[in-house]
Design a binder for this molecule. Sequence first.
Ligand code: TYD
Ligand code: MG
Length: 459
Amino acid sequence: MARPRTSFVCQNCGAVAPRWQGRCDACGAWNSLVEETPAASARGSGKGRRFALADLGAPTAAPPRIATGINEFDRVIGGGFVPGSVLLLGGEPGIGKSTLLIQVCGALARLGQRIVYISGEEAIDQVRLRAERLNLARERIEFAAETKVEDIVATLHSGPAPALLVIDSIQTMWTETLEAAPGTVTQVRGAAQALIAYAKTTGASVILVGHVTKDGQIAGPRVVEHMVDAVTSFDGEGGRDFRILRALKNRFGPSNEIGVFEMTGGGLVEVGNPSALFLSHQAEARPGTAVLAGMEGTRPLLTEIEALVAPSPLGMPRRAVVGFDPNRLAMVIAVLEARAGLKLGQHDVYLNVAGGLRISEPAADLAAAAALVSSLSGRSLAPHSVFFGEIGLSGAVRPVAHSVTRLKEAAKLGFARAFVPPSTQERREKGPENMALTPCPEVADLVAFIAGPERGRRQ
Ligand code: TYD
Ligand code: MG
């Protein structure tokens, strides 16, 4: 009989190579290839089974959802758990994934649902201590410290399917049908497949926890991302206590929502109004700081964008960004140079979004431009001002969605003036009355407002 063919699987990206090599051809990671033997495939007759085809247009009820009552969590997953769905929660070790999930379990248990929590990482006592600390020890959460998927599935099949099954974490799970070592891509994929099959056949919702590496990849479980219904990530800025839950993919809901929590001595606490959290409330505005009236999913969120523009001693000036798309920064700089006559070619440019947020919406262009111009000119922006608008390559400032929601949020937090795309004025009637609008048809107008000689008169 032929020897089963082994292959070498990259633990970073899942690419398969026929022989060992030091560096993965697909993703470039070093020393990431591990030898794995595929499961011997069962040989069938080769004949298929007939199945009935369904009508795609047939009416279907919206999936029922089980809400936890933790609003910041429910919104990110699209309003609650969809029965039979599988969600992957990624995050760095120690960020608070287990804490979040035990709180979610507690909230559901309180609603009378059957909840099962399987920990492959912590002993029973550790999880009990955490539950006690979070005041959840009295809730009916069924718990086990197990890692073998067959045992878990067999145990669960012996009773009614739970509303929620938490697997903490998928990297610790293994299935006996595969020879590979626990934690390898093959095992992670095999274990996930078995748990997904359990969810689909019984209607239980399953959450798989996945650890991510420092560079933000869900290591190993990356191969699981396309198998699950939803992918969320839980992260926070080092040293700060707030945590952001983000939807990265969601087959049953929006994928641009965020939920904000604060880690306290008594577990994670929801932050219902995160705008206040991300603003530093400096009494006097400083050059280089602009406030963006942004949107995260369906919710308005005010954020500070800081820029530092300084003459560069280098031939190739530095451009460094945190929380902002480097390509968008390059574009904003190019437009400022070409359409407003700014000279940034000999300057280092640093751009930072305060509070560890990551901004991807084009509406942030105008705020980034304002921060850059303010830092370059050394003039602080008008106090209590917010900015939003997309900058086009022509230098025109384009309208963005949800302008009224943005203005209302800014007014609520005490801002009095907004620099906006020109057409915002027309939708004014619906907006807050105590907000002064300064339309900026062109990026050059913004530059004139901030750094122009007649600044005093025009504001
Ligand atoms: P944990 O949920 O174990 O993280 P993960 O599962 O992502 O690895 O959280 C670990 C950290 O959270 C730990 O440093 C202690 C802190 N923590 C609190 O600050 N307050 C609490 O109530 C709890 C339970 C944990
Ligand atoms: Mg944990």
